[in-house]
Design a protein around this ligand. Structure first.
Ligand code: SAM
Length: 339
């Protein structure tokens, strides 16, 4: 295609290109090209020479010539969507992508992901939902290396994860950071359902003087949690393999923050969560609720549990964390426990 262009000595080309780009006058569909020791920069319309000198500085402007020239259309990098003809749904944990194994397009999605996402080395197909007490899934390898373990990086922390053995979701990074931001230096945290440690380790690493007790009942999760404590060099996080209810009863002290991230059944542990919080302590309670009762029933259950222990609760915040299923949401209610 024939376009107006700025002809510039190659020694000045990069500076000029940057200035023209900032001014928004470079033609987006044409490719810069060489021309006998000069570079031709395609522009959207014929620039006024004075405007050009003003844009690029007089020194550079003296060397610039406005001409008309032929250009090739820039090759647009094809997207995953272009290849597949639709936008696939997938999760990423470390260098592993997870898709639904039942999707009839699963083999095509898997090979397209391997081709387009160079950071991926494995594509897993989930053959079950997140299920059971330990909230794990079953997988089959659809492409790449035959493994379910990886290292996931999030907010400056690294987590060793084995998706077949212990729960982990890369989608909760912002939520974990948000909770960590509520913890003040020197505070004490009990993470009742810690998994491989993403809430606990982030807090341990980023909140000066904080101390964290990270509890999980799944031995495979606790093994990874212990490895992650070492991997992230945090000496203020203590891993405990135990049932949350039992561990809460044994605790010798009460915490400034209690994290209850077991959305499917945290309601059953409300008595333990509230017991562990000190007077004025904050509980971060996660639940799965229907669209037409996002918080009401959960809040009633929280109040009932507090009352059983002769304590009060004061709601600080209620929010949707993410959608969970049609008409169902993963919500978080944060409340203070008061004597
Ligand atoms: N907080 C972690 C995260 O963000 O990755 C893990 C959350 S996962 C939804 C819930 C965790 O609770 C699982 O690791 C599971 O093994 C653990 N769990 C389930 N029942 C438990 C219990 N009774 N006591 C302690 N941990 C339990």
């Amino acid at each position: 295609m024939k376009l107006w262009a700025i002809r510039v000595p190659s020694t000045l080309a990069e500076d000029t290109r940057r200035l023209l780009l900032q001014a928004g006058i470079i033609h987006p569909q044409a490719q810069l090209r060489k021309d006998n020791g000069y570079i031709l920069i395609p522009v959207k319309c014929k620039p006024d020479p004075e405007e050009l000198a003003g844009l690029t500085g007089s020194k550079t402007g003296d060397n610039l010539i406005v001409i008309e020239a032929e250009f090739e259309t820039r090759q647009k990098k094809p997207l995953l969507e272009d290849l597949l003809g639709f936008t696939p749904t997938f999760d990423v944990v470390g260098d592993i992508a997870i898709i639904d194994a039942d999707d009839p397009e699963a083999p095509r999605i898997a090979s397209a992901l391997m081709e387009f996402r160079k950071s991926l080395n494995v594509v897993l197909g989930a053959t079950s939902p997140v299920e059971g007490e330990f909230r794990t899934r079953k997988f089959m390898v659809l492409a790449g290396e035959d493994r379910t373990h990886t290292i996931h990086k999030e907010y400056g922390c690294r987590y060793k994860v084995d998706l077949a053995g212990a729960y982990f979701s890369g989608r909760l990074g912002t939520e974990r950071q948000r909770v960590a931001d509520t913890v003040k230096p020197g505070q004490c945290v009990v993470d009742l359902f810690a998994g491989v440690g993403p809430f606990s380790i982030l807090i341990g690493r980023t909140v000066p003087g904080a101390s964290v007790v990270a509890i999980d009942k799944n031995p495979a999760a606790v093994e990874l949690l212990r490895e992650n404590i070492l991997l992230n060099k945090v000496d203020n996080v203590r891993a405990v393999e135990d049932d949350a209810r039992h561990a809460a009863e044994k605790l010798q002290y009460q915490a400034d923050h209690v994290i209850m991230n077991l959305p499917q059944s945290a309601r059953e542990f409300l008595d333990s969560g509230i017991r562990v919080a000190r007077d004025g302590g904050m509980v971060h309670f996660y639940d799965i609720t229907p669209e037409d009762d996002l918080y009401r029933t959960s809040w009633e259950l929280i109040q009932d549990a507090a009352m059983r222990q002769g304590r009060w609760v004061e709601c600080l915040e209620k929010r949707i964390v993410r959608s969970y299923a049609p008409y169902q949401y993963n919500v978080c209610i944060e409340f203070l426990v008061v004597d």
